[in-house]
Design a protein around this ligand. Structure first.
Ligand SMILES: Cc1cc2nc3c(=O)[nH]c(=O)nc-3n(C[C@H](O)[C@H](O)[C@H](O)COP(=O)(O)OP(=O)(O)OC[C@H]3O[C@@H](n4cnc5c(N)ncnc54)[C@H](O)[C@@H]3O)c2cc1C
Length: 388
């Protein structure tokens, strides 16, 4: 068995959440390491990269909305800083979003969403079907109305993850390209991890940021284990040939027969079509049914997509939590912190998560804006206290 130098902070998982945590921790002067066999991979390899605080608003998720908006506000400066540090383009595009309705039921649903957005003080504008098509001429003639949300943007999550790896390297973060097999706990305190090859990595504090696998690390005491589950999403990538550009100017989304579908146009001609939502454990098979449903629904929205080359199909796993919100900060196990459970908003929540985790690592406390996201809300005692 080999021993490796102690880090102040050891982050388990090098997806966008673990990477931003490591980058910000290193900037605060902590000797920081990341353990992941493939840093920069994870769900960001599949994700569409919508930064959609407003169009992703759901009933019962108003607390999460506050954190989503806090992160959306940080994005321009965050993206500029990351590009300045690394020289890498992130595909950050402030293009806005349009959510449209294809029939009377969809329109009623969108009207409700619009009312909720306005009650929540958010900016979104109701458009007639004709106005929608004026903005996006490729939309189907049957579109019955929609919401224009100029504040919901997009980024390319693959480029974001690559840039975060580069920023970490520049900030002196050490990468251990291996699996963490178990958490080491010494005198009831997290003290590092044992890697799959038997290497022991010792650390002052451990941040568990292993995405949908966060609840599977051996050795984590039961009362600190995050209740995170994988939620599968299949996504297609099409390419818009130059002669068709601009095919779409902004992200287009809709609910078709109860399923969410979106089309996210990148500046480089990539068009991302997503996404299914399936509770099938850690399965990442791309299925004929998944591809069929996405193409069928996207075609109803934008019939012209059938002309485009289909260049990639993939499935990834969202780290889902019981209330669809992340788990951030200290746990019942001294020295073990969580940064996980970001579900369908992990790319959007990357900037705020980095700041929140740096604050916790520095002060021991969650900042005010993140208090509601403590992992302790899922402890047995907290659940018993909730009103029936
Ligand atoms: C289809 C789909 C579409 C999405 N679209 C959007 C979107 O439009 N907008 C948005 O904001 N979000 C979106 N998301 C969600 C977003 O991608 C995730 O919330 C985010 O990527 C989660 O990041 P993470 O770092 O927490 O986890 P992950 O990306 O899962 O990364 C976890 C990392 O931990 C590593 N790991 C796990 N276990 C161990 C271990 N034991 N030892 C070492 N390393 C380990 C893995 O190798 C991996 O690299 C989407 C997700 C999917 C699947």
């Amino acid at each position: 068995m080999s021993r490796t130098r102690t880090a102040d902070v050891l982050v388990v998982g090098g997806g966008v959440i673990g990477l931003v945590t490591a980058w910000r921790a290193a900037q605060r002067g902590f000797a920081t390491a990341v353990v992941d066999p493939e840093p920069g991979g994870g769900a960001a390899r599949v994700a569409a990269g919508m930064l959609a605080a407003v169009t992703e608003l759901h009933y019962g998720e108003q607390t999460l909305l506050g954190l989503n908006l806090a992160s959306a506000r940080r994005y321009p400066d965050f993206a500029a800083e990351l590009t300045e540090v690394t020289g890498l383009d992130l595909g950050y595009r402030r293009c806005g979003t349009i959510a449209v309705a294809l029939d009377a039921d969809d329109r009623a649903h969108l009207r409700e969403l619009h009312a909720l957005q306005r009650q929540s003080g958010l900016e979104s504008e109701w458009l007639s079907g004709r106005d929608c098509r004026r903005l996006e001429p490729m939309l189907a003639p049957g579109v019955r109305g929609g919401l224009r949300v100029d504040g919901d943007h997009q980024i390319d999550p693959r480029r974001l993850a690559r840039a975060l790896v580069a920023a970490c390297e520049r900030a002196g973060v050490v990468f251990h390209r291996m699996w963490a097999e178990r958490l080491s706990v010494v005198r009831e305190r997290a003290a590092g991890i044992r890697a799959a090859d038997g290497t022991d990595l010792a650390a002052g504090r451990v941040v568990l940021a292993a995405g949908s696998l966060s609840g599977r690390l051996a050795g984590v005491p039961d009362d600190a284990l995050p209740p995170v589950r994988p939620v599968k999403g299949q996504v297609l990538r099409l390419t818009v040939p130059k002669r068709y550009a601009p095919f779409l100017n902004r992200t287009v989304r809709a609910v078709v027969r109860g399923s969410h579908v979106y089309l996210v146009p990148r500046e480089n001609g990539e068009l991302v079509v997503g996404a299914t939502s399936e509770e099938l454990g850690w399965d990442t098979t791309v299925t004929a049914g998944g591809v069929y449903e996405l193409l069928r629904d996207a075609h109803e929205l934008v019939p012209g997509i059938t002309e485009l080359p289909l260049t990639e199909t993939r499935a990834g796993l969202r780290p889902g939590s019981p209330d669809n919100a992340p788990l951030l900060g200290p746990t019942a196990c001294e020295g073990l912190l969580l940064a996980t459970g970001h579900y369908r908003n992990g790319v959007l929540l990357t900037p705020v998560t980095g700041d929140v985790m740096a604050h916790v690592l520095t002060t021991g406390e969650l900042p005010e804006e993140a208090r509601d996201f403590t992992p302790r809300r899922f402890s047995a005692a907290a659940i018993e206290e909730q009103p029936a």
